[in-house]
Design a protein around this ligand. Structure first.
Ligand code: SAH
Length: 366
């Protein structure tokens, strides 16, 4: 590091400019990583992003039914594992802790399961860890927080839940130029502002032919995550549920997006101050999981998944018990999660499991 490098306390935008001026353009993945998880100025590290007053809203924040149904799903999965007396329920990126709080309410009708659970929350953000502690303070299960899955104890049955987690993991982007793929990078333009540029050629033999100017994305962190799940699935029963937005078939295209105050923004305009995500390639996820020996089910559209788990019945029961002024909110929340034109189709669900377990609900025949 040069003697003139800014201290870590300088704003992230300033430090990124200096880093690029010093080292040259950085990959889109390194840019995303810095923007999201920089120890001081990273988006998740430094702020409270989720909710009406934040930047975006997620399924568990839209309707309590989401967490309740996933809670019941977890209880069914535990039954299929042979109802072990000790099971870890791990959530990746639990946000405000709302999904688990709603799941726990559903566990009141699954007491043997509730008594078997210990919770592992995998969360890098201190700000969100504090919110999660507050949301889950009434929990009867032991809760531990971890930086990564590697820190979660091994050898015990494991149920993993991840809603809108994978989309926050950095993607590399490649641009097709004159018959070769080049790494898409973030550099500085003539005016000294952050701008997309193209770096060195990459040829690992796995990228397809594509027309001039095409962009393709790869997310290296999912490979590491899947390898870690696959290793655990060989030691003890494991079932994992990934819910996210993305595409069912691998394809070309730039899906990097920035969201601020519930609107799309320029991904380069305010590093660390906007949420940066990219779509999940469910086909690639499934292919990689299966190659590692995991069973994969889905992807199933979120609307179908929730309706098969009982969304409409639960909605109707909540409406019947609600005060008149709450009914519309319950109904519109359920519709937003399941309608094909809202979150029902863009969001998809993929379940992964160790070999030898029954098909997790609701992926079996009905
Ligand atoms: N699941 C929640 C929150 C989604 S936002 C919900 O549905 O509301 C993404 C979550 O993942 C946040 O909690 C964020 O802090 C966390 N996160 C992002 N990148 C992470 C990483 N690399 N490791 C651990 N947690 C991460």
């Amino acid at each position: 590091m040069s003697a003139f490098a800014r201290p870590a306390s300088a704003p992230l935008a300033v430090r990124l400019h200096e880093r690029i001026a010093r080292e040259g353009p950085i990959s889109v993945a390194d840019y995303m990583d810095a923007c999201l998880t920089d120890a001081r100025g990273g988006y998740y590290t430094s702020r409270q992003p989720i909710g009406a007053s934040g930047d975006f809203i997620t399924a568990p924040e839209i309707s309590q039914i989401f967490g309740e149904l996933i809670g019941l799903w977890a209880a069914c999965v535990w039954q299929a594992m042979g109802a072990p007396t000790s099971v870890i329920v791990a959530e990746f990126g639990p946000g405000r802790g709302t999904l688990l709080a709603d799941a726990m309410r559903a566990w009141r009708s699954a007491k043997a399961f509730a008594d078997s659970v210990s919770l592992a929350l995998i969360e890098r953000s201190q700000v969100l860890r504090e919110t999660q502690k507050e949301t889950l303070r009434g929990a009867s299960q032991p809760i531990r927080w971890h930086e990564t899955l590697d820190a979660v104890p091994r050898g015990l049955p494991l149920i993993v839940i991840a809603n809108e987690f994978l989309d926050a993991l950095p993607v590399r982007q490649f641009v097709r130029r004159k018959g070769v793929w080049r790494e898409r990078c973030v550099g500085l333009n003539a005016g000294g502002r952050l701008a997309f540029t193209e770096g060195s050629t990459v040829d690992d033999g796995t990228l397809p032919e594509a027309p001039e100017g095409a962009i393709i994305e790869r997310r290296p962190a999912t490979g590491r995550l899947l390898a870690s799940l696959a290793a655990r699935a060989k030691e003890a029963p494991l079932t994992a549920l990934f819910i996210d937005y993305g595409h069912e078939r691998s394809g070309l295209g730039d899906t990097l997006q920035a969201v601020r105050h519930h609107r799309y923004a320029d991904p380069l305009a305010a590093p660390g101050e906007t949420d940066l995500t990219a779509h999940v390639d469910f086909a690639a996820l499934k292919r990689e999981a299966e190659a590692l020996g995991l069973k994969a089910y889905g992807p199933m559209p979120q609307g179908e998944f929730l309706i098969r788990l009982g969304l409409l019945e639960r909605r109707d029961r909540l409406i019947a018990a609600a005060r008149p002024e709450q009914r519309e909110l319950i109904s519109s929340g359920a519709a937003r999660l399941a309608d094909p034109s809202r979150m029902g189709v863009l969001f998809k669900v993929l379940a992964l499991a160790s070999d030898g377990l029954a098909t997790p609900p609701p992926f079996g025949e009905i």
